[in-house]
Ligand binder design. Structure first.
Ligand code: GUN
Length: 292
């Protein structure tokens, strides 16, 4: 069994990004600038946004954090998006999700200029991704593709099972694993309602678990020699931790790992790659790599 070290891979990529940024700046170019909008005080979102700002520092980016209380109106948030769209100093920005219930998330996502949508959530980016055109690809699936590539894990012609069908992970992951220029795999998407779920998973050469249920994937669902990618990051109460919780993956690691050729741990697998890919997208935005 080989452990896929997302933390080390992300650190290496961030160092590569920083090197490129310093070159750009030395040649008189603009330092990439990411803005993050955080509404309210959700613990998970606070941590993610803090880590995004820290990652910007590590990459030599400028960053701006814009905070609102959770009683902000939809109109005020849309005004903020509109200001960021037209601010030429900002190369890319994200609105951290989830948003309070009185705000229509989809409306906010669609208000973001797709050329600054470094999350890759705007329907224009999603659509372009689906037909293989240059675009911002959402960070978690891009991070997983990057890990598979950097670890030299063969995907072409292999059977890939994606567990989960969310807009942020499951759907784009399946699209990308299917495409010739990325995974080039034979892809099956399973979810909580799938019949014969265990049998489907057992067929997988590459099993990507993004179902959001701690310890859902057990050893009897995994083929000997498979590669298992665990996207789950559920906070479960843990009295032995100072924070009072720990992050639990979708995979029952201890019993699954011995069967695997490769496996990602939680934490330290997919998670650090996600933020790193947001940095890569911000660098692309700064360089106008996909759009003018
Ligand atoms: N909430 C959970 N993951 C994400 C993400 O990748 N981007 C944003 N904007 N919000 C999130």
């Amino acid at each position: 069994m080989n452990l896929i070290d997302g933390k080390a891979t992300a650190a290496a990529i961030k160092a590569e990004i920083k090197e490129e940024v310093e070159k750009i700046v030395a040649q008189g170019g603009k330092r990439p600038h990411l803005a993050a909008v955080l509404v309210g005080h959700d613990g998970g979102s606070e941590t993610y946004v803090k880590n995004k700002v820290l990652a910007c520092e590590a990459c030599g980016f400028e960053s701006t954090l814009i905070r609102y209380e959770d009683d902000i109106t939809e109109e005020e948030l849309l005004d903020c998006v509109s200001r960021l769209n037209s601010d030429s100093n900002i190369d890319g920005f994200i609105v951290q999700l989830p948003l309070p219930r009185h705000i229509n998330e989809q409306k906010v996502i669609e208000a973001i200029d797709y050329r600054k949508d470094v999350d890759g959530f705007h329907p224009i980016n999603v659509g372009r991704m689906a037909i293989g055109l240059p675009c911002f690809i959402s960070a978690t699936p891009l991070g997983i593709l990057t890990l598979l590539k950097r670890y030299g894990i063969p995907t072409s012609g292999k059977k890939c099972v994606v567990l989960g069908r969310s807009n942020i992970v499951g759907k784009p992951m399946a699209q990308l694993m299917m495409q010739k220029q990325y995974g080039d795999s034979t892809v099956t998407v399973c979810h909580s309602r799938s019949l014969n779920l265990k049998e489907e998973c057992r067929q997988a050469d590459i099993l990507i678990a993004a179902i959001g249920r701690p310890d859902f994937v057990t050893a009897d669902m995994v083929k000997e020699g498979a590669t298992v990618i665990d996207v789950g990051t559920t906070r479960v109460p843990d009295a032995t931790r100072k924070s009072g919780f720990r992050l639990n993956g979708d995979v029952k690691f201890d019993e699954v790992a011995p069967k695997c050729a490769y496996i990602t741990p939680v934490p330290g697998g997919v998670g650090p790659m996600t933020i790193c890919m947001l940095m890569l997208n911000t660098l692309s935005a700064g360089k106008h790599e996909f759009y003018n």
